[in-house]
Ligand binder design. Structure first.
Ligand code: GDP
Ligand code: MG
Length: 436
């Protein structure tokens, strides 16, 4: 696949803005990649459409091909979609009992994950109690007990002859008497979505105050993950999702599908059978895994870093030689605007002579820009040639008074002089490494 992608990139050497063809060609590959990662096909369709609309007409970063630029945008969009940050399980203060309801299909990893979460909470100073609400398989209770023992966490069970809702109530009672403050209810699943299972969970939710309903989904579920998540969310309401078995070779498209369709955050990911194998969910890492274009993403990152470094180096060189011209002036202004406007430009353009305590709006840039844009490229690169007749022409072109042009020229001269002084100071000391 990566080879195919590289071919696409090779064919898309044109720079400038992303054309519809650039975007379409690259998105075709992205679409394939997402489907291969088992992202739900409807989700893929919508996603590709969104990116398509966003990408066409965007500037292509220097040193990226249009195809790479599209992948960069795709990756950004993926991260945004999956939540830009990590999300925690919401708990009440330690003085109260929080109740977590675990739900999901059979074999998804509920019982294992219940114990994993208990371990995490214990480390955070909580006192968890695990409640065995899966009454259909005696082995399930035993499994929970074993896991609880490994984690040093108590397990509450009433055998198989009580209703799950009653076990849940009794467990909370038990926690209250024994000074435990998080109750995690491990429930039964079925192989498929099933009315009885839903009814049982609904009964618990209606009769017990649940703080978090966590849906456990097997990452290998693939296309079906969307149905599972949608149904559980509609029938009982889900607060967060844990995706298990990501240690396998699945690319984890279910994470994207679930998030896109339900809007519910992924809280953790299961990375193995061991009880310590529960990790925080990082949208950026998941995005790159789903996309499966690690090489391309690394390349993009490098290119971005290089651009910044090149610019910085070039500026520094000019600074030292006081070669600063109007092109740099424009460059700086554009960069400053990106960085948040006038306050920062003041600190970057020495000698502008603008009082820092004054309320200045960014319209001041427009006047300066207009003047610089009225200069020929030659004039911008070599301001020394700007004589009175050129000044008149520039003023006319920019629609300003010639005095404005003179003012800008003066500011420019001041900046340059200031730079000479500063580079003199810098030149003496040089750049000492390791000083900071
Ligand atoms: P439940 O039916 O939902 O309670 O699922 P279980 O907790 O019993 O897990 C079913 C199987 O999946 C068990 O063999 C677990 O060891 C395994 N399992 C659970 N989570 C993970 C995981 O993150 N990675 C791997 N490799 N296996 C897991
Ligand atoms: Mg179980």
């Amino acid at each position: 696949l990566t080879e195919k992608l590289q071919n696409v990139f090779k064919n898309l050497r044109s720079k400038g803005r992303l054309t519809e063809e650039d975007v379409k060609a690259a998105l075709k590959e992205v679409k394939m990649a997402l489907l291969e990662a088992d992202v739900n096909f409807k989700v893929v369709k919508n996603f590709v459409k969104t990116v398509q609309e966003r990408a066409v007409g965007q500037d292509v970063l220097n040193s990226l091909t249009p195809g790479q630029m599209v992948v960069k945008l795709v990756n950004e969009e993926l991260v945004t979609l999956m939540g830009s940050d990590t999300t925690e399980i919401a708990l009440k203060p330690s003085s109260e009992i929080s109740v977590i309801l675990m739900c999901g299909l059979q074999g998804a990893g509920k019982t294992t994950t219940t114990a994993k979460i208990a371990g995490k909470l214990k480390k955070k100073g909580r006192r968890p109690l695990l409640a065995a609400c899966d009454i259909y398989r005696p082995a399930a209770i035993e499994q929970l007990q074993k896991n609880g023992e490994k984690q040093g966490v108590e397990v509450f069970t009433m055998g198989t002859n009580h209703k799950p809702v009653d076990i849940a109530k009794a467990a909370i009672e038990h926690a209250s008497k024994n000074n435990l403050n998080v109750v995690i209810l491990d429930t039964a699943g079925r192989l498929h979505i099933d009315e009885d299972m839903m009814a049982e969970l609904q009964e618990i939710k209606e009769n017990v105050e649940i703080d978090d309903t966590i849906l456990v989904v097997d990452a290998m579920t693939g296309q079906d993950a969307v149905n599972v998540a949608t149904t559980f969310n509609e029938k009982i309401g889900v607060d967060g999702v844990i995706l298990t078995k990501l240690d396998g070779d699945t690319r984890g498209g279910a994470a994207l599908s679930i998030r896109a369709v339900t809007g519910k955050p992924i809280l953790y990911v299961g990375m193995g059978e061991k009880l310590s194998d529960l990790e925080q969910f990082y949208p950026d890492r998941m995005a790159s895994r789903i996309l499966g274009m690690g090489d391309v993403l690394t390349l993009i990152e490098k290119a971005e870093a290089e651009i910044d470094q090149d610019k910085a180096k070039e500026m520094e060189r000019k600074f030292r030689k006081a070669e600063f011209d109007f092109n740099d002036f424009l460059d700086q202004m554009a960069q400053m605007k990106k960085m948040g406007g006038i306050q920062s430009i003041l600190s970057m353009l020495p000698g502008m002579g603008l009082p820092t305590d004054l309320e200045i709006d960014d319209n001041i840039f427009k006047g300066i820009e207009a003047i610089i844009y009225s200069m020929t490229p030659e004039e911008r690169g070599n301001p020394a040639i700007i004589n009175p007749s050129r000044k008149r022409r520039i003023a006319k072109g920019a629609g300003v008074n010639i005095a404005e042009v003179n003012k800008l020229m003066k500011q420019y001269e001041q900046s340059k002089k200031m730079m000479k002084q500063m580079s003199g100071m810098m030149g003496g000391k040089g750049k000492k490494k390791g000083k900071f």
